[in-house]
Design a protein around this ligand. Structure first.
Ligand code: PLP
Length: 415
């Protein structure tokens, strides 16, 4: 009789992991206050309060609350004056919005590889990607794990480049005690519904630079100036303002973030200790300079050779059937995605740029291996569970490993 749930056996776990998003009476009360204020958009107090509190929480001087993380990235690039013909160095192991923001401003994404042991931008891959057109490095703190900001800032200084942080998965993450977002020139956060603090959608630009702040503020508000006339538009901005409803919810969500981050980190360390003992699994490399990790994703590395050659896609399906919500994560490096063909004429072969970028021959080995072979993710809400929940994850993995014959023998697996 089949043991694996994928083949009809009893799953390791039938109860759900903690549900996400989490809310209580405080969010309901906050929404009521906004409704009663009559100020649901411009002129209310919640957006301003959230900008100040969130920026301070991330150790940044200024914040601009916007519609989503993609807008936050685009505004960050525009505020720095990055546009036509400029190159931005970026990892291909990220959500497509990171790249779209660069293309939206008519700049060129230049892909550098990720570190095979951390999945963040590999400083060793950055320098060879720099050209006389390079204007910025855009590291992504993937899954909440800060990129190597010491090396990135030092390369940026040497070549006089800007640093834009994609912190869309990294609220509260810290690099040597400094929270991410404004370690570089400017950074972007997302509050979309899967995120560790959420209002369904939403984003934030943070920076320590007053001039960049003023530009970002104007860009998110139709090019206006804080003291200017309503119908006076100084920058090519558009309406990207966060609503009062979102800001009021996020102020409450922020109150839970410290406690939630502690819980996620505790459980992540526990999983690290358990999974690293399983032959064929590796956790991401420890780095003492990471003093806090948001763990938006718990990423671990799967070696099919230790699992009788079973591809990670089938391993993930078997584990999901056991009641463990693992995912294969990004399934291809972003330079292989179909959306790029829409940018072939402009900006990728724009006469102003004067070159033609062809990503078809690009092969960044660490990113390819992470996508195709080894990267597996657990979502953040799983890490809000109990020790017993974590033990179920380990038990699910061990069960699949012990019954690999059910998946690898021809004709036995029902997938
Ligand atoms: C790494 C990364 N960058 C950018 C974004 C874009 O954020 P949003 O979906 O809020 O536009 C996301 C959101 O999923 C993300 O994970």
């Amino acid at each position: 009789m089949a043991k694996l749930a994928l083949n009809g056996g009893k799953p390791v776990r039938e109860k759900p992991f903690p549900r996400w998003p989490i809310f209580d009476d405080r969010e309901l009360e906050a929404l009521r206050k906004v409704l009663e204020s009559g100020l649901w958009g411009i002129g209310g107090r919640f957006k301003r309060e959230f900008e100040e509190k969130f920026a301070a929480y991330q150790h940044a001087k200024y914040g601009v609350a916007v519609t989503n993380g993609t807008a936050a990235l685009e505004i960050s690039l525009r505020a720095l004056g990055i546009g036509c013909g400029d190159e931005v160095i970026v990892p291909p192991y990220t959500f497509m919005a990171t790249i779209m923001a660069i293309l939206y401003v008519n700049a060129i994404p230049i892909f550098a590889d990720i570190d095979p042991e951390t999945y963040t931008l590999d400083p060793r891959s950055i320098e060879s990607a720099i050209s006389e057109r390079t204007k910025a490095i855009l590291p992504v703190h993937i899954g909440g794990r800060p990129a190597d900001m010491d090396s990135i800032i030092s390369i940026a200084r040497r070549y006089d480049l800007h640093v834009v942080e994609d912190a869309c998965q990294a609220w509260s993450s810290e690099w040597r005690g400094r929270r991410v977002g404004a370690i570089g020139d400017i950074g972007a956060f997302s509050f979309q519904s899967s995120k560790n603090i959420t209002s369904g959608e939403g984003g934030m630009v943070v920076t320590d630079d007053e001039d960049l702040y003023m530009k970002a503020w104007s860009l998110h508000n139709c090019g206006r100036l804080p003291q200017g006339l309503w119908y006076e538009h100084h920058l090519p901005g558009w309406n990207c303002r966060m609503t009062e409803f979102q800001a009021a919810i996020l102020l409450v969500q922020l109150e839970r973030l410290d406690e939630h981050t502690r819980r996620r980190m505790d459980n992540a360390y526990y999983l690290d200790s358990k999974l690293s003992r399983i032959d064929g699994l590796k956790t991401l490399r420890k780095d003492e300079r990471i003093t806090r990790n948001a763990y938006h994703l718990y990423i671990f590395r799967y070696n099919p050779e230790a699992f009788d050659g079973l591809p990670k896609t089938v391993f993930a399906k078997a584990l999901q059937a056991e009641g463990i919500p693992v995912s294969i994560g990004y399934s291809k490096p972003l330079y292989k995605e179909g959306y790029l063909k829409y940018f072939e004429r402009c900006p990728l072969s724009c006469p102003y740029y004067g070159r033609h970028i062809d990503y078809s021959s690009l092969n960044l080995p660490a990113a390819e291996r992470a996508c195709y072979v080894e990267g597996l993710w657990l979502p953040q809400y799983v890490l809000l569970g109990s020790r017993e929940d974590m033990d179920d994850i380990v038990a699910g993995i061990e069960k699949v490993k012990e019954n690999l014959d059910e998946l690898t023998e021809p004709g036995r697996c029902s997938t």
